[in-house]
Design a protein around this ligand. Structure first.
Ligand SMILES: [Zn+2]
Ligand SMILES: [Zn+2]
Length: 258
């Protein structure tokens, strides 16, 4: 089994959403992969990080056999160009948006230069990457080192968050779309606390877990919103047997503070 590193241009294709939708990507195959090989994906600007680990589950597929993923292409010219090639199916194994997987850190741990085409990877480097490549929120980047993996501690409450709210990739997509302001009360932590508050926000998943079936795929753009810890706690607080929606919570704040 070989390990590879490939680079992905984030301005050409929306990898995060494609993985969320299908759990794999059919990728132009430029080298001789074997089924079972592991392929790590380095995302170019603005991320400049390894963000995905995949496994090759099919090789040498012609365009006619691949999944139609046109909706995830930002650059349709490039999409059309790819049609004449062959494809490998890369199944998602791990994903993470982690500060320890930046180009700089990778270079400190054995990477020679920014990855371009597929190159084979040494074991020291893949061992290093594997430590950080798992889809849990990087609490260190929030400054909450002691935080248990599945709850946000508050003074008087604990919020149990689901896996979508813990996902660092979900967080990245959500902030890209909505910015870093609370969508209920509007607080912007950087505006209030300066540099210290920069990038601080919780992510709330608006689809009730009880209504989610097995086939559910998270929609990063529409199912996740940035919220402050206070509003987040209120969204997870039951009253009269149910939870408030974002709109209801906004109305509560408005009517209560008249
Ligand atoms: Zn808020
Ligand atoms: Zn939530």
């Amino acid at each position: 089994m070989q390990k590879w590193i490939i680079s992905a241009n984030s301005n050409v294709y929306d990898h995060a959403s494609a993985f969320a939708q299908y759990g794999y990507i059919d990728w132009t195959q430029k080298v001789k992969y074997s089924v079972g090989d592991e392929v790590y994906i380095y995302c170019t600007r603005p991320y400049k990080k390894i963000m995905y680990k995949t496994q090759v589950i099919a090789i040498n597929m012609p365009f006619e056999r691949i999944t139609d993923d046109k909706e995830f292409w930002y650059n349709l010219e490039k999409y059309e160009k790819g049609r004449s090639g062959i494809f490998a199916r890369l199944k998602l194994i791990e994903q993470s948006d982690n500060i320890n997987l930046t180009l700089e850190k990778l270079c400190e741990n054995g990477l020679k230069a920014a990855p371009q085409g597929p190159v084979k990877m040494r074991k020291e480097l893949s061992d290093y990457i594997d430590i950080y490549l798992c889809d849990t929120l990087d609490y260190n980047s929030l400054g909450e080192e002691e935080m248990p993996p599945d709850c946000y501690e508050g003074a008087k409450y604990t919020i149990m968050v689901n896996k979508y709210e813990r996902s660092s990739i979900a967080r990245m997509k959500c902030i890209e779309k909505h910015g870093c302001k609370c969508m209920v009360c509007g607080i912007d932590f950087e505006k209030r606390y300066g540099e210290l508050g920069k990038g601080f926000i919780h992510i709330h998943h608006i689809i009730p877990l009880a209504t989610i079936g097995k086939e559910y795929k998270v929609d990063y753009e529409n199912h996740l919103i940035p919220v402050c810890p206070n509003c987040h706690a209120m969204l997870h607080r039951k009253q009269h047997g149910g939870y408030s929606t974002v709109e209801e919570l906004k109305k509560r704040i408005e009517s209560h503070n008249k």
